[in-house]
Write a protein that binds this ligand. Sequence first.
Ligand SMILES: [Zn+2]
Length: 316
Amino acid sequence: MDTTSFTKKTPGGEANEPALTPPPVEATQTAFTKKPKLAGGKSKKRDIPEGLWTKCPTCEAMIFDKELDENLKVCPKCGHHFPIGARERIHSLVETCTFEEMDAGMTSVDVLRFKGVSTYKSKLEQYQKNTTLKDAVVTGLGKIGPHRLALGVMDFSFLGGSMGSVVGEKLTRLIERATEKEMPAVIISSSGGARMYEGMFSLMQMAKTSAALAYHAQHRLPYISVLTHPTTAGVMASYASLGDLILAEPGAMIGFAGPRVIKDTTQAELPPDFQTAEFLLNHGLIDAILPRKEMKTRLIEYLNFLTAGKKTAATS
Ligand SMILES: [Zn+2]
């Protein structure tokens, strides 16, 4: 009997002793000393998985963040493509030290003095701080394999990749530079459409970028458009759908109006994979689907083909 009571006491150790003594003062003291310890331990346990693991929305696997980064933000289990930042993507495509960024400091002006739930100015400041980007696109000249080209990459994390004056102007300048230097142009899109904070000024970018691309095409220079999740509305209705080749990442949502609007307007039942890259490939809008890890090699292959026999500054 004695031995069993001893063994029962030892695991509890100190905690058993105050429990035997009823005075309230000591009891509260022990409670105070216990509580912070427990709370600290719990929050630590919660913090670790949140910061280090990401749950895949498709296969629900828990992926180690470092593994996800090394895999270009693609789920290693099922191939789900997570969003990737503009700079990270450029880094994954362009040869080391060949990227010369253009118009890096260009920022939007609040022409309309837009005031909604918050002002446009405060939104811009907030996103510039959070993303360390000046706007939703990064543009510049660089080299992919043997090809010198003009590359524009949109970033959905900056105000939903919306196209305002800066996105339009940066891309137009990029395309114009490509025309001038006789280079192919590649634009990787990811956007919710025109930026409502700039009203008409954002819609004008559709015409401006399209005109610059028409001029680029007149010089018989190739333009490749890559659509990533999601590419919609004003961006899809302008430069994103004007590629000599239109490529997309697997599972990307691509369209103009949202499916709910189309369903309400047409009063028709929409197919389950409506507005996905796969659906649009089957219906001829997209030329190919490129898994992110094959993006670079496939782009080189396409550029080899598109620039074959053409003496341009693109290959050197
Ligand atoms: Zn997955």
